[in-house]
Design a protein around this ligand. Structure first.
Ligand code: SF4
Length: 314
């Protein structure tokens, strides 16, 4: 049988051999019943997760805690970012039963916190924001005590469409900046650095109560000054939470990995980010945007409450 190529759009890209992972990147294999329960719920409801689609190294650990990140609007993205392992192509139509499927899965898994993300849907007039709204609203209705985090796609070409997502009752609005501006053209060719910043800034303006969050990957060829500039830019957009993790090259046809950062470099970046005034910083080799999102949400709430105690008029 001829196996299908996962990234036909990348076959003519240069061949970038994958560098051997250092020992601090190896993930733990967790053999737990809960992992299989999570898998069962995902399969039974025919759900798509970014954990599987992006081949995330943390899947055994996260799923063993029932923490899966649901990817809505299909498994096929209209963009072809050079770092991403999600399939590119012409997506299918939207599944009208998806709001019910996601809200039921959250209920079955009894989640305290859920992260919902999606592929980019440039083919849809509103980028999928109405569908996003429906999924979040159904999830909220069925799970009133669950905190909801959305990791949104790029609404660059869709004007105010992102506002629809913010009309839903959500707790965290996450949109990843991914890399430094100099590398945008090669890493996220369909996106614009300042448009992503603007999106984060506007999200906060539109819904003051929501926590805003963004993340970058390191190891793509950026330098320290550029990372610090991104931190400053995110703070000027009033972003509350930054995540910093190591880029892992999915295949030889993806963006080349420039280097692996040492654990102490992640610590250093964490210290710098903290001095910039983020409410929360997560920086480690295996940090991903949705890694430990449930625990981090509680930390965010504590940090905001503490800040309000010290500065009650903010
Ligand atoms: S880090 Fe996020 S994407 Fe990776 S397995 Fe955990 S929840 Fe899924």
């Amino acid at each position: 049988m001829i196996s299908k190529i996962r990234h036909p759009e990348k076959v003519n890209k240069p061949h970038n051999p994958i560098k051997k992972k250092p020992k601090w990147i190896r993930t733990k294999i967790v053999d737990s019943q809960v992992f299989f329960q999570t898998k069962q719920v995902v399969n039974k409801n025919n759900l798509v997760t970014v954990c599987q689609e992006a081949n995330c190294p943390n899947i055994t650990e996260c799923w063993s805690k029932k923490h899966a990140t649901f990817m809505i609007m299909g498994d096929t993205c209209t963009r072809a970012c050079a770092f991403c392992d999600v399939k590119t192509g012409k997506p299918n139509g939207l599944d009208i039963y998806e709001p019910a499927k996601i809200s039921n899965a959250v209920k079955t898994l009894n989640l305290k916190h859920v992260v919902i993300t999606s592929v980019d849907r440039d083919d849809l007039e509103d980028g999928g924001s109405n569908h996003f709204y429906k999924v979040v609203s159904a999830t909220r209705k069925k799970n009133p005590d669950t905190s909801i985090e959305v990791l949104t796609p790029d609404f660059l070409r869709k004007g105010d469409a992102y506002k629809k997502v913010l009309e839903a009752d959500l707790d965290v609005f996450n949109h990843n900046i991914e890399t430094v501006p100099r590398l945008y053209a090669s890493v996220r060719p369909g996106a614009r650095y300042f448009a992503s910043l603007e999106l984060l800034k506007n999200a906060k303006k539109f819904n003051k109560k929501v926590f805003t969050k963004s993340g970058i990957m390191v190891g793509l060829g950026e330098n320290k000054e550029e990372i610090i500039q991104v931190m400053d830019d995110l703070r000027s957009a009033e972003v509350d939470f930054i995540t910093i993790g190591q880029y892992l090259q999915p295949s030889a046809k993806h963006h080349p990995l420039n280097r692996y950062y040492y654990p102490n470099e992640f610590k250093e970046l964490e210290t710098i980010a903290k001095t910039k005034g983020f409410l929360l910083v997560s920086s480690s080799p295996l940090t991903r945007s949705s890694y430990h999102a449930d625990e981090d949400f509680r930390k965010l709430q504590d940090a905001r409450n503490k800040k309000l105690e010290c500065h009650p008029h903010q």
